[in-house]
Design a protein around this ligand. Structure first.
Ligand SMILES: [Zn+2]
Ligand SMILES: [Zn+2]
Ligand SMILES: [Zn+2]
Length: 271
């Protein structure tokens, strides 16, 4: 690193949406229609890039290539995978060509130990393009831009989140409902909590936070600031998928809760 001109590190939200893009092709609600009229309200699948001396992604969803192009990110060094759901892993198949064409070192992919079998079965054509690193809760990984700790989330058997120290100490807990106590205990002295808030409200047990459950969790955690992401911007009520908060209502929720922000595609946080 050039000590005279250290590169600014930042988090870039590649996507801030839930498992479907917003607007959703099958939905004609007022939230989707507002996004059709104003593309700045569009959301692609949730993922972040940590950009410093290296480029490290958390998750690689189906929108990954377009997200990287949109943000002017022209390299991938590392990818951390939270869990094996389509909206978090469907971009992995695309990483072999750029690695080979650009002559990068094999991309380091960190994924929960029990998912390695899925990777090697489904994505065996990437063998020469990646180095796989099985991880499990409690593991610590030291990379040039940040030190990472793997923590357990509450979504699938294998799902994990990350506690990251990179000047700013922050956590990325997506997808999850209320995480296990051993994870929550680690959230007490962090600067920023980035949290799943998939549903604006919900009347059944999906393994995701709602917006207000996520806000309550953040306030009880002790973290200074909170960014909500993985936002479907819809409710799931009476077995129906219906419109959630408008963007004005989201702005009001932010005003009522200083330190809280809703993520948006392209949002940047300096580290
Ligand atoms: Zn998801
Ligand atoms: Zn809709
Ligand atoms: Zn999921």
């Amino acid at each position: 690193m050039d000590v005279e001109n250290p590169r600014n590190k930042e988090i870039i939200f590649l996507g801030s949406g839930g498992p479907f893009t917003l607007p959703q092709f099958f939905c004609n609600c007022r939230i989707c229609n507002a996004a059709r009229e104003n593309p700045s309200l569009n959301r692609t699948r949730a993922s972040i890039a940590i950009v410093g001396d290296e480029v490290t992604l958390i998750d690689a969803g189906p929108d990954m290539e377009m997200q990287l192009e949109r943000e002017g990110i022209d390299k991938i060094d590392n990818i951390f995978i939270t869990h094996w759901h389509y909206d978090h892993i469907a971009g992995l198949g695309a990483i072999g060509y750029p690695q080979a064409i650009c002559g990068w070192n094999p991309i380091d992919v960190y994924l929960p130990e029990s998912l390695v079998i899925h990777f090697t079965q489904v994505l065996s054509f990437l063998d020469d393009h990646v180095r796989l690193h099985p991880i499990s809760p409690g593991a610590v990984i030291n990379l040039p831009d940040a030190n990472w700790e793997v923590v357990k989330t509450n979504h699938t058997e294998e799902s994990v989140g990350f506690l990251i120290e990179s000047g700013v100490r922050f956590a990325y807990l997506v997808d999850t409902a209320l995480p296990p106590d051993e994870t929550t205990k680690k959230m007490s002295n962090i600067d920023l909590l980035i949290l799943d808030a998939m549903f604006d409200s919900i009347d059944t047990k999906w393994r995701h936070f709602t917006v207000y459950d996520a806000i309550e969790y953040w306030k009880s955690s002790g973290a200074k600031e909170c960014i909500l992401t993985h936002l479907s911007c819809h409710r799931w009520e009476d077995r129906k998928w219906i419109a959630g908060y408008t963007s004005d209502e989201r702005t009001n929720i932010e005003r009522e809760n200083p330190g809280l922000s809703f993520a948006y595609d392209g949002m940047r946080v300096s580290l």
